[in-house]
Design a protein around this ligand. Structure first.
Ligand SMILES: *Cc1c(COP(=O)(O)O)cnc(C)c1O
Length: 380
């Protein structure tokens, strides 16, 4: 396995780095899955640690990738024109208001590169996605975390938009929200968000990360895309990694006012999205039937797992995603270790200040059955 933790010589070069990078710790991607796959090659590793889609992408996306193999020696379309036009039509927005990224992760980092910096504040919520803090620190900005709802609230540890609003200062230029949020799975309602936006100063760029939006069923949820036309300082990010099952292709996008997108374009690496990813994403976007099928399967299995964990005495956070945050209390570490030894990978949450929880991706039916059987062995 590639070692985690400090590397010899790191301290010396850290001292040479710009101040924001000195304090920064790299994103923790969880276990070394390549090493684990080798170890569990015979029994088949059950990978429920990264919120990937177990069903895989549309067959049309696979065909599009094969169709692109003849052109590996060519640079991809630097404008991503075909995909951006398809997305513009899909969402009913201006094509000039869309920027593509090597995953939405890249774009989340670039928003901080563009709008944050030393002497400026970035606002996010406690228990929000880890990338926002990394982006703010890498840009040398000061991160202000709003206290999340308490665990006992209906939106257990979800974003408290009033607290987020109160965290904004005169030097705040950038604010990140995730809806639904990772790792809690919680969401905020469309009307609460509309009230929130009405109170955000116009010189604060609000990034709403909707990585799981396609998976949501809750009727009070509404995409921030509906609010976009009223607020030029609002940005929505989406990804092909989750509902569209293209995590390995690395492609996501942001939608905002064309003026804001034009400034983002200044720092975008010209060929950031490769042509296989462009073709796969466009094909996946067009396959509504496959998406519907995935959403239906996820819905059933999410409910099944939530019921099963609750029946075993665990607190399950409300989720509108393809994962569940589950409390195992004092047994958390032991449960995680026992399941890993059984070839089932979950995501420990100590890094998020949730050491008594595990984040569990909803797998396909057979994987979930294996998970529950292993859990019963671990907990008995
Ligand atoms: C998975 C995830 C992303 C998507 O990242 P990509 O770089 O597009 O794969 C973004 N935000 C959140 C909250 C996520 O959980």
């Amino acid at each position: 396995m590639i070692a985690a933790g400090p590397v010899p010589g790191e301290e010396f070069f850290s001292a040479l780095a710009q101040p924001g990078i000195r304090r920064l710790r790299a994103y923790d991607p969880g276990h070394d899955l390549v090493a684990l796959r080798r170890e569990f090659a015979i029994r088949h590793l059950v990978e429920l640690g990264s919120n990937e889609n177990p069903y895989g992408p549309s067959a049309r996306a696979r065909e599009a990738v094969l169709g692109g193999l003849h052109a590996l020696h060519r640079y991809p379309d630097p404008l991503g024109g075909d995909l951006r036009r398809a997305l513009a039509k899909h969402h009913g927005v201006d094509v000039a208001g869309i920027v593509l990224g090597t995953g939405s992760h890249e774009l989340l980092m670039q928003f901080a590169q563009v709008f944050a910096g030393p002497g400026l504040d970035v606002v996010a919520s406690q228990y929000g996605f880890a990338v926002y803090a990394i982006a703010a620190q890498a840009a040398g900005a000061n991160l202000r975390l709003a206290t999340a709802f308490p665990r006992e609230h209906a939106m257990a540890r979800g974003h408290d938009l009033d607290a987020v609003l109160a965290a904004i200062t005169p030097t705040t230029r950038l604010l990140y929200l995730a809806n639904p949020n990772n790792p809690t799975g919680t969401w905020f309602a469309a009307d609460a968000f509309a009230a929130f936006m009405a109170n955000v100063p116009r010189d604060v760029v609000v990034v709403v990360d909707e990585a799981y939006a396609e998976l949501v069923d809750a009727t009070d949820f509404g995409s921030a895309l509906q609010t976009l036309p009223r607020y030029p300082n609002l940005v929505v990010t989406r990804t092909f990694s989750k509902a569209y099952a293209l995590a390995g292709m690395r492609i996501g996008y942001a939608i905002a006012h064309p003026g804001l997108i034009a400034v983002m374009e200044r720092v975008r690496e010209s060929f950031n999205v490769n042509h296989l990813a462009l073709a796969a994403a466009e094909a996946a976007l067009g396959d509504h039937e496959h998406l519907r099928w995935v959403l239906q399967r996820n819905r059933e299995e999410l409910a099944r797992l939530a019921t099963a964990f609750t029946a075993r005495g665990c607190f399950v956070y409300p989720s509108q995603t393809n994962f569940l945050l589950v409390e195992f209390g004092a047994r958390t570490q032991a449960v995680e270790a026992a399941l890993l030894a059984d070839g089932i990978v979950l995501r420990p949450m100590a890094g998020y200040g949730l050491a008594d929880c595990l984040r569990i991706t909803v797998g396909e039916r057979g994987e979930n059955t294996r998970l529950l059987e292993a859990l019963d062995r671990a907990m008995s």
